[in-house]
Every structure is written in C-alpha cells, then in structure tokens.
Design a protein around this ligand. Structure first.
Ligand SMILES: Cc1ncc(COP(=O)(O)O)c(C=O)c1O
Length: 382
C-alpha cells in the first residue's frame, strides 16, 4: 500500500486493496446507509450501553437473513446470535469459544486462505492445519484432495469454510460439492466454522447463503461468522455477528452464555452505531430494497470487470488461460503467477497486487483493463 501511494506514475493500478471500489475508484458510503444513518441519529436519545450481545433486533434480522426464515435450526431454537465488532470479532470470539470448549482441537483452514485467518484463530492458541483447496497454477479447485484430507481429520475437529466469494481465490463450491462436504462433516463428526463475509457479492443474498444453510441443516453444531463490512460498505463501523448452533436448546444456551462471557472479557460490548444503521435498513422494506439494489450494482460492476479483464487477457495472450477470472466470484482471484512476476508487474508496469498474485477485481476500470492485460501477458511467465 505504501509503495502504491509513493508511486507517481499516472499508469498505476491498485489491485492489492481489500475493499470495494466504484468506477471512480472510491469506496462509497451507500445511499441507503446515509439515509438510515440520518434516521438513527435523529431518533437517538442516549449513548448509554446496549449489551454484550449488541442489538436484539439486529441479531434476529441477521439470523433470518443468513439462515433463511424457515431454517430447521431456528425452528428448533438451536441458533443463537451475538453482534460482534466486524467479521474479525466474530472469528476471534468463535476461536476463543472453541479453545475454551476443546483446547486440543485442530482447526482446518483452506490452503490458501485469507491472510488474517491465521492470526485471528491461531492467536487464541488453537492448532491450525491446512487442507488442500485450490491449485493456483492450474486455476482450479482441489475438491477431491480437500475431501480426502478432511476425511482423515480427528472426530470433533473444526473446519473453517468460506461461505462464498472465497478470499483469495474467488473459487467457490458448487451445490453438489456443498452437499458432499456437508455429508462428510456429518459422517466424520467435524464442526463447521463458516465465514460469511461477502453475502450478496456472488449471486444474491439467498443464493450466497445456500451452502451455509445446507451445512447448518445437517450437522448438530456449527459456528457462523458474519461481516457487513463489504455488503453494506460499513467497514470502519465494525458490524458483524456470530451465530452458534447447538445440538439442542440447552446446548445452544450454554454456547451463547460462553460467547457473551468471552465478549465481555475482550471488548465488553460491540460498537452500536453501524449495527443500528444495519438494523434500521433490515427493518425498513424501502431501505432494504434500496440496499439490495445497491448491492446488485456492486456485484454487477465486479462481474463486468471480471468479464472485461478475461476478454482483454484472451486478446493479449491469444489463449483461454485466464478465462477462469470471468466465472469466479467476489472481489478476488489469484492470477496464479510467481512472486517474481508480481514484482515485475509492480516495478515495470506500476500494477500492484499481493505477493500471492491476488487481484482485487474492483481495482479494474474500463480504462485500465487492456493495459493490465497487456502487462500480465508480458510478465506472466518466469
Ligand atoms: C474472508 C473474510 N472473512 C472475514 C472478514 C472480516 O472483515 P471485517 O472484520 O472487516 O468485518 C473479511 C474481510 O476482509 C474476509 O475477507
């Protein structure tokens, strides 16, 4: 980021950041958020404390949005939700819960995965192991290897799963693969920890939660970490939630009681402002409709840039090697080139991405796509 900022070239392209960018290169405040924020400020009469679980109306709206209105876990009162400081807060509280319940357990994380998963889960003292997920050079999932590895995990182990828009690969499981994974988790008595940070960024709010809903229907216990940083653009407000699903009501209550104890011991209470805005949007049909529209615009822009870059790469390379960029989901894809090629793209072409060749497609604009494609074509080998 520092190198990008210091680069004075007019050609420079930032594909390294982790946030959404519009066509002007801005990370905008959504219009629905602006309107909800006004309403929240007008109606607010106190800044007194809320609770360790945050806002009740936020939690119940989130639970419904993630699990769907008719989910078995909700019907059987086995789901409990607590507002957290962003998705990171949910991941960390979930990690502490696991550590307190079964200190010797292993958490299996995908190879590759989002860089922050390791510190967020690992610093609670949990043992982390990687399961094969994606072959960056071949640009495809390693689903058979993933299942084969998880089949050898110890009973009771935890499996961290990206719910949609896998970060950094953009490669998601299809419905049949979700089904196979859910069956394996159930058969081997593994506990899924689902990370849902991009609901609405792949297809829509319901479709993007389909994997989570399916898994949560089949296993007795699950954890779900949710972030509203991306889909509501509320990054700095720290809006997230942790859903825990227990085997029965008593177990779910016990899990939630631990969650709140952990929250109290780390940050006491989650920040309220962003959650108040989110809850206001979720409860107001007009604002919710506006949000779904704005979310659709962000999703469409990314999909269009995926298509444009893939097309330009076809033109520049004369091959279909990079067609995978078109069909993957969310903001990120791995270009699948060496760290040296990433360096050359930066030093010779002013194109910035992370060392693992993760590109944020929201950094692609209609005016820079052909330049980025030509540069990649020139540097992709070696
Ligand atoms: C995979 C994944 N999980 C969780 C998060 C949590 O984000 P936040 O704590 O900003 O809500 C992110 C954000 O980049 C993410 O990419």
């Amino acid at each position: 980021m520092a190198k990008y900022r210091a680069d004075s070239s007019p050609l420079k392209v930032d594909l390294g950041v982790g946030v959404y960018r519009d066509l002007s290169g801005n990370t905008p405040v959504l219009a629905c958020v602006r309107r909800a924020e006004q309403a929240v400020l007008t109606a607010q009469t106190t800044k007194s404390y809320v609770a360790a679980a945050g806002r009740e109306e936020f939690n119940s709206a989130v639970e419904k949005m993630v699990l769907g209105p008719a989910h078995a876990a909700r019907r059987d009162r086995r789901a409990r939700t607590a507002q957290t400081p962003g998705g990171c807060g949910a991941l960390r509280v979930g990690a502490e819960l696991i550590r307190a319940a079964v200190p010797a357990v292993t958490v299996h994380i995908s190879d590759p995965t989002w860089g922050n998963h390791t510190p967020l889960l690992g610093s609670s003292g949990l043992r982390l192991e990687r399961y094969p997920y994606y072959d960056a050079a071949a640009h495809q999932l390693r689903f058979d290897a993933m299942l084969e590895r998880l089949d050898r995990a110890a009973e009771g182990d935890v499996v961290l799963i990206h719910a949609c828009c896998h970060n950094p690969t953009g490669a998601d499981l299809d419905p049949a693969q979700w089904q196979a994974l859910a069956q394996l988790l159930t058969r081997r008595r593994l506990v899924p920890f689902l990370d849902l940070a991009y609901q609405g960024f792949a297809v829509d709010l319901d479709a993007d939660a389909a994997g989570v809903r399916l898994v949560a229907e089949q296993v007795p216990e699950a954890l779900i970490a949710i972030s509203f940083s991306k889909n509501l653009g509320l990054y700095r407000e720290r809006v997230g939630a942790l859903i825990v699903i227990g085997e029965n009501e008593t177990r779910a209550d016990a899990m939630q009681s631990h969650v709140l104890q952990i929250a109290r011991s780390i940050y006491s209470m989650p920040p309220d402002h962003g959650a108040a805005i989110a809850a206001h949007i979720f409860a107001n049909p007009t604002l919710k409709g506006e949000w779904i529209e704005e979310l659709g615009l962000m999703r469409t822009r990314i999909a269009e840039m995926r298509g444009l870059l893939a097309q330009q790469l076809r033109k520049a390379t004369g091959a279909a090697t990079f067609d995978f960029i078109r069909t993957q989901h969310g903001m990120f894809s791995l270009l699948g080139v060496s760290a040296q090629a990433v360096e050359r793209l930066r030093d010779k072409h002013h194109i910035y991405m992370t060392a693992d060749s993760r590109m944020n497609l929201a950094g692609i604009m209609p005016h820079n796509a052909s330049y980025v494609a030509a540069s990649i074509a020139a540097e992709r080998l070696g």
